[in-house]
Structures are given as C-alpha cells and as structure tokens.
Design a protein around this ligand. Structure first.
Ligand SMILES: [Fe+2]
Length: 287
C-alpha cells in the first residue's frame, strides 16, 4: 500500500501537451491524455510497469492523444496495457454541421486526429467505454465524476468544446479537469453544473488561454492551478492561435480569446497562491 494518492503532471517533451498519471494507494495507475508520441518514453517511466486501471482521453487534439494513437498503432498499447480506455469524441461529420463559423479550419482540425483515431478504434475492442455526463467511475480510492461531454450545438470551437470535463477526487483532495474546454462550453458547464465544480485544484482550460470564463473558475474556487503550458503560452499576455489571427474571424466573433495574462489576473483575484506549470518540470502533487 502506498501512503498517499500521488498525481504526476508530466513535463513536456512536446510543447504544452497534457499528460497526467495518478498512482493509487493500491499502486494502480490512471493516465489522463498523455501528450504526443515523443512524450511516451517519459510517461512510460512514470507508469513504471504498474497496472493501468484506466486511460482517460479528454478530447481528440494531438497534443493530448497523439501518443495514445501512436502506441495503439505500434503495438496495440502493449507497453501500457490499460484495463479500460475512456472517452467521448464527436464524429467527423460534426465539422460539416450548419453553424460552423470557419468551415475550413474546423475540417482541418477534425481531419488531423479523428481519422487516425478511427483507424486504431478496432484495437480498443473490449476495452473502451464512452463517457457521459453523470457517469461515476471508481478506481481504488479515486472517484471520477463526469460533468460535461460534447454536444452538437457547440460549433464555433467544436474540438476544444468536445472536451470531457470531470472531477477527480480522493477522500482528501479534488481536481477539476477542464481539458481544452472553450468559453462557450464553459458557459454550458457553468449553467448546468456550477454546484458541482468546487475543487481544491483545477487543470486550467485550454492551457490557460482562450478557455472557460472567470465565473467557472470562481465556482471552482481552487487553491492551486495546474497549467499545461510552455514558456510562450504561460508568459505571453495575449492569446495566440493561428485561425484567430485574421481580422475577419475576430469581427465575426468566433470565440473569446482570453490570454494567459488575463487568466492569471483572475487567479490572483481568486487568491490562488500555488501554480503548477508543465514547463517547469514534472510536478508531483499529493492528493
Ligand atoms: Fe490542447
């Protein structure tokens, strides 16, 4: 038996990827996302040959699941051998729905990862569980409550807003995982689940920029923030993101582009004193 539940926020080999490993008191591992293919060797080290009870994927962007796809392709996840894989991804056809503001960018976005995921889908046979809002999972002393999954009306920023949001808790601590949820997804999360959000820690939405609004963080009221951010994102005042760089898309109000400077001000206002940032190295967090 381990004395504590421990969560590692794995540092970036590829820039600003998202990867967490939770080791339960019974020495089982839970992986969240995992990052890109080049992040796999370090992830493997932190798993250290333990049994992987669950591999949870927040959404299909490659800075989150690129490594998962490469491992599934290479040898069917044999190096990790997770008992179950949890996710809920939208279909490729969502990029073709009526109200998508930037059709080409959305098509590009979806075609980068969804077809690759569908290719490895057969290897998940007998292992996969599709997550839904309201689901509760239990792994030893770790409870996971699913608070949000994608919906077809969120089309301005559909891949980020397809992030599965969940609250991970032990008898001592709780962490809210926001994935890359954007402002509009955050509006729905707040409307439906504000009473469920309060947590000791929060994984900052979309690497700390262009994510959910202040009211979501105020409902979480975290003591500590966990940022999957490289130097550029963490230190940069303005949100940066290729597709929003055209003035036309800004005018059309694609999404609210909060930069990390503003998000950090919000956290100061909320009185947060502790920040874990992936760029600084692997962070060990006792839960
Ligand atoms: Fe991301």
């Amino acid at each position: 038996m381990n004395e504590n539940t421990v969560m590692y926020q794995i540092t970036e080999t590829s820039e600003f990827m998202m990867s967490f490993v939770i080791i339960t008191k019974e020495n089982n591992a839970i992986i969240i996302d995992g990052g890109a293919p080049e992040d796999m060797p370090l992830l493997k080290q932190y798993i250290g040959g333990r049994h992987v009870s669950a591999w949870i994927l927040t959404h299909a962007h490659l800075d989150h699941i690129g490594g998962f796809i490469s491992e599934a392709k290479r040898n069917g996840l044999a190096d990790f051998n997770p008992s179950r894989v949890y996710f809920n991804f939208p279909p490729l056809s969502l990029a073709e729905e009526g109200q998508v503001i930037d059709r080409e960018a959305t098509r590009r976005d979806f075609s980068e990862s969804i077809p690759a995921f569908l290719e490895i889908y057969p290897t998940l046979q007998g292992k996969k569980t599709i997550l839904h809002q309201g689901d509760r999972l239990q792994f030893d002393e770790v409870t996971i409550d699913v608070l949000f999954t994608w919906r077809k009306e969120l089309l301005n920023n559909p891949m980020n807003d397809s992030s599965t949001v969940f609250r991970l808790s032990t008898p001592n601590k709780s962490v809210l995982f926001l994935g890359d949820l954007g402002p509009e997804g955050g509006d729905i999360l707040f409307r439906e689940s504000r009473h469920l959000l309060k947590s000791d820690m929060v994984q900052m939405a979309h690497h700390g920029q262009a994510g959910v609004g202040l009211e979501v963080y105020a409902a979480i009221m975290p003591e500590a923030c966990i940022w999957c951010s490289n130097e550029k994102i963490f230190e940069n005042g303005e949100a940066f993101w290729g597709p929003m760089e055209t003035e036309e898309l800004r005018r059309r109000g694609w999404i609210r582009m909060y930069g990390t400077a503003l998000t950090r001000q919000w956290m100061d206002i909320l009185g947060v004193k502790t920040h874990y940032v992936s760029k600084d190295g692997t962070n060990k967090i006792i839960l």
